[in-house]
Design a protein around this ligand. Structure first.
Ligand code: PLP
Length: 631
């Protein structure tokens, strides 16, 4: 556990058992035994659900909703707050129906509602939400159709808020609600000036593209007053940003929100809800720090700080306590999903046997050989410079045709041999020259994983998001190799070179030697938020297989849902190909080859069968049975 830090980032959901497998704890039942991810993989194999697989553990999703609500309720009781907490889940964080349906179903006991930012999300929320006691918060730019959907929801008994993001929405809301004879629930989103740290800080501050400025807020109040609708202004909304690592920034933001709240009340608004948006961070590194991919607070501290700050700020102004709303997305869904994949191949950069010296060997080889005679701690930098110089020289001479491929290959053997010896020498030294700091990483292995970074971990590529990554078995064996990960797209950006190892960010991950005839499985954890729908079809790798499991009281588990990943036919049709026509064209091509006598009719039949089977197949690497595959 020290290497991979499961306990630090796993939030109690993941652990390692005595067999060395990663296990999932049933969060709702502490007495049941944890379930090994390798057991789940066995079940996937039996069901012919090939790697890569996005595994969802439903109990974890339920527990996240439960924890959020229970912790806010506990803070409210502890602090003596005079109102309640109402959570809403922002659909954009993971819009997949299975996730949204589970949140609607399990969340109903807490009246956990939805935040929507488009008509499509509004329709998803309206048709999924159970009962009418949970909130629907409408953010984003709203046209007439969006507004009418919201007003109809109000008519059906839902507490559906329109949060004004721009003043142009206001006349439409006023006009449509008069025509439909419905009193709307209105909120205003304020532009926060509190700056927060982390990746997504651009959503707050003066230049934020979201929300109303002080001047626009007053215009909105005046407009509503003019139309005798200021009593409809019930909610104040602000969102400081996603993944806020520092609790002090959150506290500062809440104080600013309370100031807006009290001034709007003074202006005559009938505010009774304060919506603080998202921002509750996930500790991806387990480092409990105030840097971007971590957080320096617990959930209890987050809830208590919010409740306490609102209470004390508004008590001082003599205002009643509003219902507290938050729109936590990342923290609600991140833990529920794990991307599982197998390793297809490993490339090593080992030193090979240095060839015996020969009388007539090329001068370059003689020079390389000589470096080995003066390699010692005092001269490591010099040896590195010389090795690099002769390697580059060999490349130049090869380009000009002055040495052949064989000599160039021996130069490379020397080069890696020398680098490995330098690395061993550095291991014994107290101070490493700056330029040689990254030498060990440059000699690390490349493990090729059966997944697409662009499809399954887009934030890793786009914003250097760190996710905990580790082998999910063989954890009672020491990982003797160091490697970076490459995916199976042929894009040079399709690689991961940032890992959390022993609480530090490192360029390589400790991994195990591959064993013959045995699959090696890795898991990328905490991928439930933002990754699924942001992913794209780079190289036409499509959606992976998705499987949901539910852990039972008696330590067993059930496969409750499965969605087969895209077939090749699916992804081709997403980019406007017509698979049926493609099959006909291919058939015509092979038929012509038969006519020309290049292939037999039997070969034609085999080719058509292979082509059609490929069209129906998975877009990822599939091992044939005889290759000893076990996934
Ligand atoms: N609410 C709004 C308005 C947002 O823009 C976002 C995301 O940025 C969220 C909620 C979700 O934030 P988080 O995932 O940090 O909980």
């Amino acid at each position: 556990d020290k290497i991979y830090g499961v306990k630090a980032w796993g939030n109690g959901y993941f652990d390692i058992d005595l067999q060395g497998d990663v296990v999932v704890n049933n969060p709702l039942n502490e007495t049941s035994n944890p379930v090994s991810l390798m057991k789940i993989i066995e079940g996937l194999k039996d069901r012919e659900l090939h790697m890569p697989v996005l595994l969802r553990i439903e109990n974890i999703l339920d527990q996240s909703i439960s924890e959020l609500n229970e912790t806010f309720n506990a803070a409210i009781n502890k602090i003596g707050y005079g109102n309640e907490y109402r959570g809403v889940y922002p659909i954009k964080v993971n819009q997949q129906a299975q996730i949204v349906e589970e949140i609607a179903h399990f969340g109903a006991r807490y009246n956990h509602g939805f935040e929507v930012g488009s008509k499509a999300e509004m329709i998803a929320a309206l048709s999924t939400i159970e009962g009418t006691d949970s909130l629907i918060i409408c953010n984003g730019y709203k046209d007439q159709e969006f507004i009418e959907l919201g007003l109809e929801a109000v008519k059906l008994g839902h507490k559906c808020f329109f949060v004004i993001e721009t003043l142009t929405e206001l006349p439409i809301i006023v006009e449509r609600s008069k025509v439909l004879n419905i009193r709307p629930h209105i909120g205003v989103r304020v532009k926060m000036t509190s700056q927060v740290g982390g990746h997504w800080s651009a959503t707050s501050g003066d230049r934020s593209v979201f929300g109303l400025s002080a001047r626009q807020l007053i215009q909105a109040v005046d407009y509503l007053k003019e139309h005798d609708m200021l009593d409809c202004l019930e909610l104040l909304h602000c969102h400081l940003g996603s993944q806020i690592p520092n609790i002090r920034d959150i506290r500062g933001g809440v104080v600013e929100a309370c100031q807006y709240y009290s001034d709007l009340c003074q202006e005559g608004a009938a505010l009774s809800y304060i919506d603080l948006g998202g921002g509750l961070a996930v500790d991806y590194t387990g480092g409990q720090s105030s840097t971007g991919q971590s957080r320096n607070y617990s959930l209890a501290e987050y809830c208590e700080d919010i409740v306490d700050t609102i209470k004390h700020t508004l008590d001082a102004k003599g205002l009643a306590h509003p219902t507290i709303v938050t729109e936590s997305g990342r923290a609600t869904v991140a833990y529920t999903s794990v991307l599982l994949f197998n390793i297809l191949d490993v490339v090593h950069f080992e030193s090979e046997q240095i060839p015996e010296s020969q009388e007539d060997e090329h001068q370059l080889l003689k020079s390389m050989r000589e470096i080995l005679t003066y390699l010692k701690p005092q001269r490591v930098q010099e040896c590195f410079n010389d090795a690099l110089f002769y390697r580059d020289e060999a490349r130049e001479l090869f380009k000009r045709g002055q040495i052949d491929l064989r000599v160039r290959s021996v130069v490379e053997t020397f080069y890696y041999g020398i680098l490995h010896q330098i690395k061993d020498t550095l291991n014994k030294m107290d101070r490493i020259p700056d330029e040689l700091e990254g030498l060990a990483d440059s000699l690390a292995d490349i493990y090729y994983g059966n997944f697409s970074l662009f499809q399954s971990l887009p934030d890793s590529w786009a914003i250097d998001q760190l996710f905990p990554i580790m082998p999910i078995h063989r954890l009672n064996e020491e990982p003797t190799r160091r490697g970076m990960l490459a995916d199976i797209t042929c894009d040079c950006d399709g690689k991961i070179e940032r890992f959390v190892v022993d609480q530090h960010v490192e360029k390589t991950l400790p991994l195990h030697e591959m064993l013959p005839e045995q699959e090696y499985y890795l898991g990328v954890f905490l991928v439930g938020a933002y990754q699924e729908t942001l992913g794209d079809l780079h190289n036409l790798f499509g959606d992976t297989n998705v499987v949901s499991v539910r852990l039972n009281q008696d330590s067993s588990f059930d496969f409750v849902k499965e969605v087969h990943g895209d077939t090749i036919e699916d992804v081709l049709s997403y980019v406007e190909y017509h698979p049926r026509e493609m099959k006909v064209k291919f058939r015509n091509k092979v038929e012509a080859a038969v006519k020309e006598g290049r292939i037999s009719a039997k070969e034609r039949q085999h080719m058509i069968k292979t082509f059609n089977a490929s069209m129906q197949g998975y877009t990822y690497y599939e091992k044939e049975e005889h290759q000893g595959q076990d996934d």
